[in-house]
Every structure is written in structure tokens, then in C-alpha cells.
Design a protein around this ligand. Sequence first.
Ligand code: JFZ
Length: 431
Amino acid sequence: MKKTEIELRTERTEWFLQERFGMFIHWGLYAIPARGEWVRNAERTSVEDYQPYFDGFNPEKYDPRVWAKAAKAAGMKYAVLTAKHHDGFCLFDSKLTDYKSTRTQAGRDLVREFLEAFREEGLKVGLYYSLIDWHHPDYPAYGDKIHPMRDNEAYKRDPATFGNYLDYMHGQVRELLTDYGKLDIMWFDFSYGEMKGEKWRATELMGMIRSLQPHIIVDNRLEASGEEGGSIYTQNPSFYAGDFASPEQIIPPSGVTDETGASIPWEACITLNNNWGYSAADKTYKSATTVIRKLVECVSKNGNLLLNVGPNAKGEIPAESLSILAEVGEWMARNGDSIYGCGQETELPKPEWGRYTRKGNKLYAHLFEASVGPVNLLGLAGKIKSARLLADGSELFVTRPWNAAMYPNDAYFNFAQPDSFTYPLPDERDT
Ligand code: JFZ
């Protein structure tokens, strides 16, 4: 029998749901003004006034092997780079435009070098490709609220010629999927208002993608806008619904499920400070502890975390980001077993002291706070075979508090420290 879209999606996303943690990289000309990747839109900059950044683009420190090592050491298993963002600048040597890195002082195919470096470290690789293009002459300025560009002459374009842009966009996707070896993720961004699905000739585009790279996974934004997630949120996803949902700057309170309550593959993309593209002024970095807890939270809800870095104009990941990643990496080196291949614990309530992740009959308890007295494990009385501290393998003492009779269904252990613990459960719970 022919496989359903959901069955195919399940097959394609298997590795993705094991690996759980990836690096998002927003990099382009906007690293020079260093006010975020929307700078051209936010400041109503014309193509001409943006040109000095193209002319001045010279990332002498770009060495994606350094990025790849940082990602790997952080415990990340895959990475997604902006091959083209909304400003239209291509970090790859497209034959369809001169607005590309090989025509700048850099003179390099930055995408190719990224892919080689990350594959070399054993990471899976993906490319972000913006559906929106503020540079292409045939990208129309529809009267939408996300693109408030109407007061800029450069955006008063004729929607009738939009097909030229679609040919260009499809052509560039074909280049990326043909000339750069095996890609693992295609990350489109984004639909809005009427601009979704077939407006992008999505059936045709997805058909090309699936025929060129059948295993690749695609995000849901060929169909999804900020307001709607698209048909991936249903039991009847369209051909171009995508393989995973992409909640942005939010971790969905109950994970992502369809109308029947079945889990959908999802990946939260989150910034390290408050910008995707490099921002010199933004020092609002999250702590490593926050990042670790958010990663745990994603996994505890069957989701992934795609954590962003915004390299600067020279091509370096900001020092603040590198130090957070290093700290996260130390934790992952000791506690990665509680992340990789893990997912939601569906039977127990969320514990007061933190979160559970689960893999088979192993339950991982992530303590976000020190306990006063024994740590309670609601509903686990008599069900714990043994308990070990994940970081060093030491045994934990499963116990009962003096007034345990008041809490007959709960197990406890009298060891408390903000760290991770593992509780192998009896085999009958192994589903
Ligand atoms: C998009 C991009 O605009 C942004 O620059 C970044 O690349 C991020 C990962 O993706 O962000 C969005 C997408 C959709 C909405 C807002 C921001 N929306 O629908 O409101």
C-alpha cells in the first residue's frame, strides 16, 4: 500500500528526533550594520543604500571549521545556515544572480565551505532559504503587515511579474539541492497572509525537492505563517506541509500535537541574545543554565532545539555565544544520554522540581532546583528498579520520608542537587 504523508514524514524525521539539538546560523551582509537581519526593512533602506555592505563584505576570519568545532563541542548534531536571507544576498555561488558572496571581496562560496566543515565534524547539515526576497526586482510588495515596505520606492513592484521571481527561487533551490551534495534539512522562511502554499508553486517545488533529495526534511513554512502552522498540524497534511513544525522564540506549552493529540515533529528556534543576525549592541545573552533547561524542556515535550548564533562581519561567532556553547557542551558531555534519543514521559505528571525526559524504560529526572528533604517522585512508589546519578554513575538511595504513609503512591530518594538523575524503570513500563 502507498505510504501516507505522515508515514513518510515519520521515516524521514527519525534521525532528527534522535539528535534533538542543532545550531542555527544567521549570517549575511547585515552583519556589517550589526543591527539585526531585518535592518534593511526596519530602517527602510533602499537597495542602493544597502550596496555599501555588499561592497564592504570581507569576512577575513571566516573559518567554518571553527564554527563546526564549537557546535560539536556544544553537543549539537546538526546545523542550518542562511544560504539566502530576506535581503536576497546569497552566500553561495548561484548562477542566477550576481548578488552573491563570490562577487564580493570574500570571493568564496561560503555555503560550500560551511557544508564541508560541518560534515567533516560529523554533523548533519541544512540550509535556510528565504522565500521572501527584498532584492529581486520581481518580488512584489503586497499590502501585508509583515512587510511594511510600501513607503520605499524599491518595493513598488508589479505583482504580475512575480512568476519571474518564482522561477528564480525554484532555480536556486535546484542549485542548492544539485551542486552541494547530500543536504539533511531545507529550512524555508516564510509564508504570510495570502503568500503561502501554491503562491510559491509549492507542489512543484516540493516535487523537485523530493525527487532530488528524497531523504531531506523540510520545515513547515512553505505553508505556515506566524498565525497558522499549516496542515502539518492536522492528520491530513498537504504534500508541502513539511516534516516538522517550527515554533519561533517560543517553546509550545504542551509541545506540538495534531487534532487527535498525536505528537508532530517540531523544532523550536531560539536566539542566544535577542537577535538572529549579529547585533553589536544586544548583550542580552541567555545563560548556559537557561539554554540547558530550555533544551530539556523541548525534549520533555518531544521537541528539538535549534539554537542560533549570529556571526559578525569578520565571520566570527561572538565570544559571548562561544562561551555559552562551551558551557552547554560540558553539561552535554556528562548528561547527553538524557537528551539524545529521548522524548516525552507521557504517564507521569510534570514534577514540581523540574522535568522528565525518557528513553525506553529509563526515566531521566532533571532537577532544576535543590530539594528540601527527599526528592519526591510522584506515582513511582514500587516502580523504581534502581536510580543513578547520570553525571558520574553513582547510585542514588531510593527511600521513603518519615511520613511516607501520607503519600502512598510516591517514591523518594534522599539526595538532592541541581543536576540530572536517571531511574531505570521495571521492564513492564518499557513500551
Ligand atoms: C523569521 C525571519 O523573519 C527572521 O529573520 C528569522 O530568520 C527567523 C528564524 O524567521 O522570523 C519570523 C517569521 C515569521 C514571523 C515573524 C518572524 N511572523 O509571522 O510574524
